[in-house]
Design a protein around this ligand. Structure first.
Ligand SMILES: Cc1cc2nc3c(=O)[nH]c(=O)nc-3n(C[C@H](O)[C@H](O)[C@H](O)COP(=O)(O)OP(=O)(O)OC[C@H]3O[C@@H](n4cnc5c(N)ncnc54)[C@H](O)[C@@H]3O)c2cc1C
Length: 321
């Protein structure tokens, strides 16, 4: 291992870290023996979890009392870099808050950010992988300047795996004086209602595309997802058409999913869609056009009309005990 140390921005969420944060911690552990996490919550509650996923140290900015994390967390990391020394790189989830922190850190530390990263390896220094041309090509990049490099990583780029380390040592990392920049407060937040698992975490994802023909027909997709205990996704075409919210979108400008089973219903298989689901273990496609590109990556292809296939699938699933 040539990387002396890596820090991972571990976003807190629902008494844990977000799934992407756990993915980054798990992967960081394979690249360096010295991993620290940076969070903003009650660090003592999360020290065990941070250790489980490979962090030896947990820098805790503390409760932000409703402030957006961008300003205080970037300020705290800048201060840490000057007091304890820089890591080789900072790995940051590609979430809204993660990207905000990365941009501010880049300005504060005068260091480069590599974004939309889907792979990280150690090849005599940190090497990142980025999808280009809708995922048809992978570009490899490395930092040429002094660390710390700032790396913003897409969700589902790595597996989240417990490594079973001792609880991380919690070290306070106050943001210091952030003056007027820290005055923006989150007044209210809205949790989108859903009955099944989150799209990113579901073992089964059933997605609908323009081939459904109407917003109403999406109910068929939602019902299959529900009967299989999975989540319902969508192509961008039907998000843009206003049939379903953006939170359902799978693909380059939506979510990346890697379920055990992905069922694409009336989706052509544009590269921008496939880049978000081609890592699924088993892909089933239903499309009336036997030449649809989605069949090139499908493990099982059904050439047929979704309006005929999905109702029959629903009827069969309802017969299951
Ligand atoms: C910068 C950029 C980013 C993008 N990001 C994304 C992204 O994140 N996610 C994404 O999905 N797209 C994205 N797109 C859009 C992408 O290029 C495609 O336009 C989109 O994925 C097409 O959606 P679709 O497959 O639902 O529709 P279409 O391409 O119109 O395909 C519909 C399919 O349904 C089939 N069909 C029609 N009727 C039936 C029927 N009755 N039964 C069965 N099959 C039927 C057709 O044969 C066809 O294959 C992006 C594009 C750009 C330029």
């Amino acid at each position: 291992m040539t990387l002396q140390s890596l820090w991972v921005v571990a976003e807190p969420g629902s008494g844990s870290f977000t799934t992407t944060s756990l993915e980054l911690l798990s992967h960081a552990r394979t690249l360096s023996a010295n991993i620290a996490a940076v969070t903003w919550a009650d660090g003592s509650q999360l020290a065990g979890l941070a250790g489980d996923y490979g962090a030896a140290t947990l820098y805790d900015v503390g409760d932000l009392a409703g402030a957006l994390p961008g300003v205080p967390v970037a300020a705290a990391i800048e201060s840490l870099v000057s007091t304890v020394g820089p890591p080789d790189a900072l790995l940051i989830p590609g979430s809204y808050d993660g990207r905000d922190i990365a941009a501010r850190l880049s300005a504060r530390l005068d260091r480069t950010v590599l974004t939309n990263v889907v792979g990280i390896s150690d090849d005599n220094g940190l090497v990142t992988e980025h999808p280009a041309f809708g995922g048809n090509q992978v570009v490899r990049a490395r930092f040429t300047s002094q660390g710390p490099g700032i790396v913003v990583v897409r969700a589902k780029s790595f597996a989240a795996e417990v490594t079973g380390g001792a609880p991380a040592t919690v070290v306070g990392a106050p943001a210091g004086d952030i003056a007027a920049t820290g005055t923006a407060r989150v007044i209210t937040s809205h949790v989108e209602e859903r009955s099944g698992p989150a799209l990113e975490d579901a073992e089964v994802v059933v997605s609908g595309g323009r081939g459904l023909g109407s917003a109403e027909a999406y109910a068929l997709v939602a019902e299959v997802a529900n009967l299989l205990g999975g989540a319902a996704g969508a192509s961008r075409a039907i998000v843009d058409a206003g049939w379903v919210p953006y939170s359902h979108q799978v693909g380059q400008t939506g979510k990346t999913v890697k379920p055990t089973v992905y069922i694409a219903c009336g989706i052509s298989g544009a590269t921008q869609h496939m880049v978000g689901m081609k890592g699924s273990k088993n892909i089933i496609a239903i499309n009336k056009d036997s030449d649809a590109p989605i069949f090139q990556i499908a493990d099982l292809g059904i050439v047929g009309d979704v309006h005929a296939v999905l109702p029959r699938l629903i009827a069969e699933l309802k017969l299951r005990p």
